[in-house]
Design a protein around this ligand. Structure first.
Ligand code: GDP
Length: 194
């Protein structure tokens, strides 16, 4: 059936967001690397499932090989389900994401978040970036403009409200993501699912 997938680096607050969105209480993400398989949840009243994919990137106590295997699993899941996936949600930590991207780029590496964003779009999945932990961000517009720049979206960020959703999962401030998802579904004429 139809699904919305959530991907993100470990510790960005993806579990907190899933909990807030679905009302389920669960404890993924507490033991990094342990949750290797996708979790499926319902969105109250909607005719699709939310799929929580394992966290990727650096995790304490998880070696490079295991991290690569997790990322391969995520990529394979998305490729295998691209027909059913209506929207991809890339969750990032608004406080840390720019520094992390720039650090990787300065080492000549492709940052995971940038790679995942382009990958989702390449396989034809409309993608929303949930910029979490915005409660910790002071120069809000600057930070969001910088993120657009790193993702190759010509700013200002306000032009991308269907794609860039600044939220604070911990504070329950997730309306921008809800609205972006609704817009994405409407554009695909799938708002009948809501
Ligand atoms: P996951 O590994 O991506 O599933 O991350 P978790 O949901 O386990 O959250 C990681 C940490 O970030 C926890 O300490 C959360 O309380 C915290 N966190 C999650 N969302 C927010 C948020 O919106 N703001 C702040 N300040 N912290 C958050």
């Amino acid at each position: 059936g139809a699904e919305i997938v959530f991907v993100g680096r470990s510790n960005v607050g993806k579990s907190t967001l899933m909990r807030e969105f679905t009302g389920h209480t669960f404890t993924t993400g507490k033991k990094p690397g342990v949750t290797r398989s996708p979790n499926h949840y319902d969105w109250a009243g909607a005719d699709f499932t939310f799929t929580d994919l394992p966290g990727f990137g650096f995790m304490e106590g998880v070696d490079e090989e295991a991290r690569e295997a997790i990322k391969d699993d995520i990529v394979r899941y998305i490729e295998d389900h691209s027909e059913e996936i209506l929207v991809g949600v890339l969750v990032v930590d608004g406080k840390a994401v720019i520094d992390i991207i720039d650090r990787h780029e300065s080492r000549g590496e492709i940052p995971h978040d940038v790679e995942m964003f382009h990958f989702l779009r390449e396989v034809g999945i409309p993608t929303v970036v949930a910029v979490n932990k915005m409660d910790k961000v002071e120069e809000r517009d600057d930070r969001l403009d910088a993120l657009c720049d790193r993702l190759g979206l010509p700013g200002p960020w306000q032009q991308w409200r269907d794609t860039i959703a600044p939220i604070s999962a911990k504070r329950g401030q997730t309306a921008p993501l809800r609205e972006a998802l609704e817009t994405q579904l409407r554009e695909q004429h799938r708002d009948d699912l809501l």
